[in-house]
Each structure stands twice: as structure tokens, then as C-alpha cells.
Design a protein around this ligand. Structure first.
Ligand SMILES: [Zn+2]
Length: 244
């Protein structure tokens, strides 16, 4: 139980937020029985926290496990772990700017992982998609697999595909969203899904779609990041008290 050894306030607060992030993403149907969210350790850049293998909607502090960047648990751990934890370790290794990662199998987003129609920013809330979302095709390097990111090599290939982007699609699987804070990663995961739904709606209208220009997207992303505490405050309040 990772929190037994936590003495610094930043880490304790981070872990409490990570529990809430699990609930928030489940509530927003970005995560269901599957998918996960992680936080780079506030105390050590070469470690991260992720739940043991558990549905995100029921994760508590006791379920969080501390991992090194090889995605091995730091302390002895007998509980089952997520098979796809290598997504997190390898992205943290490649992207020092990333402090939190969400991995989702959102049914709203998956069609864009297999279609030749690219996911593009429909509105300002998805400005982080300004430069598009790369599509990671696990078959390109690894041939026929079970489609899961279950080893260092898979994770490193995904991280390479992500590059400097905020979100990467995964063919026939789902997507990852990253952020420089936990609220930003959660926000990007929720709004990757929202943008996919809106893009499908706009496409069904039948006319030509005018997406955000890359510069509009970058400017919008910068503005939204300055007000991240507003949605985060709402989401965490609801996660703490679902009846409110
Ligand atoms: Zn997955």
C-alpha cells in the first residue's frame, strides 16, 4: 500500500487527486471496467503511481501502487497489476514534461482509430488537438498481437508515436492523453472523447467542416490551461459527493 510510506504533503495530495481522477474519468465514461490513469511521483521524477488492476470507478488510496519507469512496483506487490502499465512508464521516460497520463478504450473515440478520417479539433475546448492526434498502429512494428501494450517495446513504440502530442490514438484499441498536470490530462481525455462525438455529429450534417486552424488550436489550448481549476473543482466536488 503505497500511501503507508508517504510523508510529504505534495505526494499525499497528489495521490488523493489520483483517486478522484479515477472516479471522474469513470463518471465521464472515458474509463469503464478498463483503462487507467497515472500520476508521475511529485517526489521522484523516475517513479509514477497507478492503481493495481481494478476498475477505475472503485479505486481507493489503498489500491495505488508506486512504480519505477521500468513499470516494476517499487515495493513487494502480490496484487494483480494492469497488463498495460508499460504505456505509462515508457511515456514518462520519453516525455519529462508529462506529469499525468490517461489510457482509455472510449467507444466514441475508437472509430477514429480505424478510419482514414483523422480526429481534428472541432472547437476551442479541443485546441490541444491543433496538430492532430497521431495514430499508433501496433501491427507496424509487432505484426499480429492481442493489440495490448504489454511490454517495454510496445510502450516505447507508443511513446515514440505520441511524440510531442497531447493525445495519441491507438488503432483498434483506444487512445492516450497526457498533460503537464493531472487536471490537464483528465481534461484532455474527457475532451478528446467530446471532440470525437462532435466531429461525428458535424460530419453527419453533410457539409464541409471548418476545423480550428493549428494556430487557433494552440492559442485556445493556452487559454484553457489557465482556467483548469474551474472544471477540476466541479469534477472533484462531484467525485467526493456524487449526490451533490
Ligand atoms: Zn488498453
Amino acid at each position: 500500500m503505497a500511501q503507508d510510506n508517504i510523508t510529504d504533503d505534495a505526494t499525499r495530495a497528489g495521490l488523493e487527486d489520483l483517486v478522484l481522477a479515477n472516479r471522474i474519468l469513470a463518471e465521464n465514461q472515458v474509463l469503464d471496467g478498463f483503462g487507467h490513469v497515472s500520476l508521475r511521483s511529485p517526489a521522484r521524477a523516475d517513479r509514477y503511481y497507478l492503481s493495481r488492476s481494478l476498475a477505475p470507478g472503485i479505486v481507493t488510496l489503498e489500491d495505488l501502487v508506486e512504480f519505477d519507469l521500468d513499470s516494476n512496483p517499487v515495493a513487494a506487490e502480490k496484487r494483480k497489476l494492469y497488463l498495460e502499465r508499460f504505456i505509462h512508464g515508457e511515456i514518462y521516460r520519453r516525455r519529462p514534461d508529462v506529469q499525468a497520463i490517461v489510457h482509455s478504450h472510449s467507444a466514441t473515440v475508437v472509430p477514429f482509430t480505424v478510419s482514414s478520417v483523422p480526429l481534428k479539433p472541432i472547437y476551442h475546448m479541443a485546441g490541444f488537438l491543433a496538430d492532430g492526434a497521431p495514430v499508433f498502429d501496433i501491427a507496424e512494428k509487432f505484426g499480429h498481437t492481442d493489440m495490448l501494450v504489454t511490454c517495454h517495446e510496445h510502450g516505447a513504440a507508443l511513446a515514440e508515436s505520441l511524440g510531442e502530442a497531447a493525445s495519441s490514438l491507438m488503432r483498434g484499441h483506444g487512445f492516450v492523453a497526457v498533460g503537464s498536470t493531472l487536471p490537464i490530462a483528465v481534461y484532455r481525455a474527457i475532451y478528446t472523447q467530446q471532440n470525437a462525438a462532435l466531429q461525428e455529429t458535424a460530419t453527419n450534417l453533410g457539409g464541409e467542416i471548418r476545423y480550428l486552424d493549428p494556430e487557433e488550436g494552440r492559442l485556445a489550448d493556452r487559454s484553457i490551461q489557465t482556467v483548469m481549476q474551474r472544471p477540476w473543482g466541479l469534477w472533484t466536488a462531484r467525485a467526493k459527493n456524487p449526490k451533490a
